[in-house]
Design a protein around this ligand. Structure first.
Ligand code: COI
Length: 356
């Protein structure tokens, strides 16, 4: 890292804040953003906080043509005592660098990126929403900026952080969502980019998501890209099942996104001495458990989605109604505990929470 000091140019205008009670996900942005550029031979440079505004890029910038980009998602919460808290932000920066490595993007200095993030939030602290169930969503991302149409790694990049006060990701909020098990398309394959947080994985998911929308399902559940048999993840979250009192989540296999919330839920379950397995699980095993009356709960985990109970899974026109379509006891306890730690309402035995 070269020349790291953050220049701050405050916005002359403060935008009007939305009604915190009516926040949707990712539609409103704060007054400032963070930018840092990279150039081969110069390294990362010119770190700055500037007023939130459109950016100008050459139409030949490689991001537009070959999708060389990575991103992260994390949240800041306002505690009752007025502190602003971040949840395991170092994990996101570590994952950003793992994604960078997969996409041939030069690594960022994780400590300096964390510092930038904290300074940006401090500047826009009035944008951390105050209503129950809301938070300030943080979106760090890196794009390839070199104007060049050859397929290769770019010689220049831009790292940015933008902030968005958000409500629930799903319109259902904490109520159970309906999930369509995808049987035609796949999200990722072994050796592909599935475990990196890169735009292409999400672009590839849109076609299946459109079908799910038409059938009034919230998201799709992806199966493995080889046999279309083993469960991978849901569109914007990892997935857990409670079957016969065991909690099962697909093991990380290179094509599943290693979620920070997923990791935290596994740690919480272990802390409570609840049996949890990370292993291969097929959709047939889930269907068999359902038919035997042993599928007790299912829920998704993610930064945006938090803990999202699953009330229904549709697989090949056969419906699995989970826990009578209601939020399960364990999903509720996990949601309450995780959000309680994140907001500073509950003790944090893991040291996960960082104050800004
Ligand atoms: C997140 O949970 O933060 C994500 O990045 C998922 C995204 C699709 C909203």
């Amino acid at each position: 890292m070269t020349n790291f000091s953050i220049d701050t140019h405050l916005s002359p205008i403060k935008k009007e804040k939305p009604n915190w009670g009516e926040l949707e996900f990712g539609k409103v942005f704060t007054d400032h953003m963070f930018i840092m550029d990279y150039k081969e031979g110069k390294g990362w440079h010119d770190a700055r906080i500037v007023p939130y505004q459109p950016i100008t890029l050459d139409p030949a910038a490689m991001i537009f043509h070959y999708g060389q980009t990575v991103f992260e998602g994390l949240k800041a919460y306002l505690a009752k005592d007025g502190r602003i808290l971040l949840f395991r932000p170092e994990k996101n920066m570590q994952r950003l660098n793992r994604s960078n490595d997969r996409l041939c993007i030069p690594p960022i200095d994780e400590d300096l990126a964390l510092d930038a993030l904290k300074q940006l939030i401090a500047v826009d602290k009035e944008w951390v929403p105050t209503v129950e169930g809301t938070s300030l969503y943080i979106r760090p991302f890196i794009i390839a900026t070199e104007p060049y149409l050859g397929v290769s790694a770019s010689a220049s990049y831009r790292f940015m952080i933008i902030l968005s006060p958000v409500g629930s990701y799903y319109k259902e909020g904490i109520h159970p969502v309906k999930i369509l098990v995808e049987n035609e398309y796949v999200r990722a394959v072994s050796g592909g980019t599935g475990e990196a947080k890169t735009a292409g994985n999400y672009a590839a998911s849109l076609k299946a998501q459109e079908t799910a929308d038409q059938k009034e399902y919230s998201q799709v559940l992806w199966l493995d890209g080889v046999e279309k048999k083993y469960i991978e993840e849901v569109g914007s979250m990892n997935i857990f099942f409670k079957i016969n009192d065991e909690i099962i989540t697909p093991a990380l296999n290179g094509s599943i996104l290693p979620g920070v919330t997923r990791d935290s839920i596994i740690a919480l379950l272990k802390y409570w001495n609840i049996p949890v397995s990370e292993r291969r699980i097929s959709i047939d095993e889930v269907m068999d458990a359902y038919r035997d009356g042993q599928l007790q709960e299912a829920f998704g985990t993610g930064t945006a989605a938090v803990i999202s109970p699953i009330g229904e899974l549709l697989w090949n026109n056969e419906k699995m109604i989970v826990n009578g379509g209601k939020t399960g006891e364990l999903s509720k306890k996990l949601y309450d505990t995780l959000t309680g730690i994140q907001k500073g309402d509950l003790e944090d035995p893991f040291g996960w929470v960082t104050e800004i």
